[in-house]
Design a protein around this ligand. Structure first.
Ligand SMILES: Cc1ncc(COP(=O)(O)O)c(C=O)c1O
Length: 447
């Protein structure tokens, strides 16, 4: 059977592949509300199908791709690594890529988060941070600290533990009976500002909710988990850095760990390498994944403080963190991450992104001022706005219409967002803004 014709690939994929986060019937011929696009290859910010059509990857392939597809520098590093060591187990063994990566990440936190524990997907990193927090308290004689706190609208992944600290009904409700109860506090989402409230007022009000909970149950709570600055999956809900500073103080006062899930917002996405730098704080745990490997290979990790690490350090094996994954610290993934960090250093990426961000924000002015748009917002390399009175199928219709304009964009409900790779040139930035406006007008006119 031919492998490379477009229709053939779609039919075969629908017969044998169960696609993620998808109601498969939406791809069926009689219900074809969402097209399935076979990708033949990628180059830079573009993905190409088998019939020569191309799509600007405006969402970095689920927020992972930082420096484009088939990036020559990351490719070269991986080819070199392939001939040296593809994988070795990390228990009882170590290797240069994992050591170098841990050292570099440690240095990026000024040595505060000195120990890196590795896994593959984001959700695994969240599981690790939750387990580590509980176990660290247990090792410290505070075994009653077993509860976790998350924010309204939070998203931390799909595995059972990560889903328990997630607050997106669409993903969570079906599995409710399987999940541990979690305490949920209000979100500092600036869109929730009451009349006359500033963004900082919202941050203070949300922190007061945390304080109340900590006063009531602090002795039972192990950790609060937060997506710093932008709660992405709930619809790019942004908040003021003050919130993180206030919660950090509360965590210190009430002996509660602060876990920052920087899986989506880390690696420069919000303008600083770690989002929490904008609040001038470090948490007790940082989870990283997605962009850390440049979007090449599944790699996630949890960084933690030395005092937490020390609670596990003992002659007693059961006080150790006996967690593992077969591919923990995979050398290829670590090497891709090292190549990614090298690009940050060599290309002064954070400074260059400020120029890109200013240009795209200016180009998006017609959308920011559009009468059917509210809450236009931007932080670093994330842009979002909400469509007023969007139809229930807005997101699917936008996705399909965007493809016709060579754009890969998947709105979340009525929120349109952009999270492009950090390589767009001026023409691509202008094309993205003009295309988004055209698609938005088309979809809003047709509903
Ligand atoms: C903030 C956040 N945490 C965790 C995850 C889960 O990561 P993964 O899909 O790699 O398991 C995601 C994925 O979108 C995320 O945005």
């Amino acid at each position: 059977m031919e492998l490379n014709t477009q229709t053939d690939l779609v039919a075969r994929s629908l017969r044998s592949v169960w696609h993620p986060c998808t109601q498969m019937q939406h791809h069926a011929a009689h219900d074809n509300t969402v097209p399935l696009i076979p990708v033949s290859h990628g180059r830079g910010a573009w993905l190409y199908d088998h019939e020569g059509r191309r799509y600007l990857d405006a969402i970095s392939s689920w927020w992972v791709n930082l420096f484009g597809h088939a990036n020559p520098r990351i490719n070269a590093a991986l080819k070199d690594q392939l001939d040296r060591l593809e994988h070795a187990m990390l228990a009882g063994f170590t290797h240069e890529p994992v050591v170098q990566l841990s050292e570099k990440l440690n240095a990026l936190t000024g040595g505060v988060l000195g120990h890196c524990f590795y896994a593959s997907d984001g959700a695994s990193a969240v599981e690790i941070a939750l387990k580590m927090s509980f176990h660290a308290w247990r090792n410290s004689g505070l075994a009653d600290k077993q509860e976790f706190v998350c924010l309204k609208g939070s998203y931390h992944g799909e595995t059972i533990g990560a889903l328990a600290v997630t607050d997106v009904a669409l993903f969570k409700d079906a599995y409710g009976p399987l999940l541990r109860a979690t305490q949920t506090v209000i979100s500092p989402d600036t869109r929730r500002a009451a009349e006359g409230e500033s963004e900082q007022d919202v941050a203070r009000r949300a922190a007061a909710d945390v304080e109340l909970l900590f006063q009531q149950r602090g002795d039972k709570i192990a950790a609060i988990i937060i997506e710093p600055l932008v709660q992405c999956a709930t619809g790019m809900a942004m908040h003021d850095p003050l919130y993180l500073k206030l919660v950090r103080e509360l965590c210190d006062r009430h002996q509660v760990h602060m876990i920052l899930d920087e899986i989506a917002v880390g690696c420069g996405r919000t303008g600083t390498f770690f989002a929490c730098e904008q609040a001038g704080i470090w948490p007790d745990f940082v989870c990283l994944s997605k962009g850390i490997s440049g979007g090449y290979l599944p790699l996630s990790l949890v960084m933690t403080r030395d005092d937490i690490y020390q609670t596990f350090y003992s002659s007693d094996v059961t006080r150790g963190f006996l967690h593992s994954h077969s591919y923990t610290g995979n050398p290829l993934a670590c090497r891709a991450a090292l190549a990614t960090l090298q690009i940050f250093e060599e290309d002064d990426v954070l400074a260059q992104n400020q120029l890109r961000a200013a240009r795209l924000t200016a180009a998006l002015a017609p959308l920011a001022e559009h009468e059917q748009v509210r809450h236009f917002r931007q932080r670093g390399m994330i842009w979002a706005f909400d469509a007023i009175d969007a139809a229930p199928d807005f997101s699917r219709r936008f996705f399909t219409a965007a493809l016709q304009k060579e754009l890969l964009m998947r709105p979340i409900g009525s929120t349109v967002y952009m999270m492009p790779p950090y390589i767009l040139d001026d023409a691509e930035i202008d094309g993205l803004a003009a295309g988004t406006l055209a698609v938005f007008n088309q979809v809003m006119a047709g509903q």
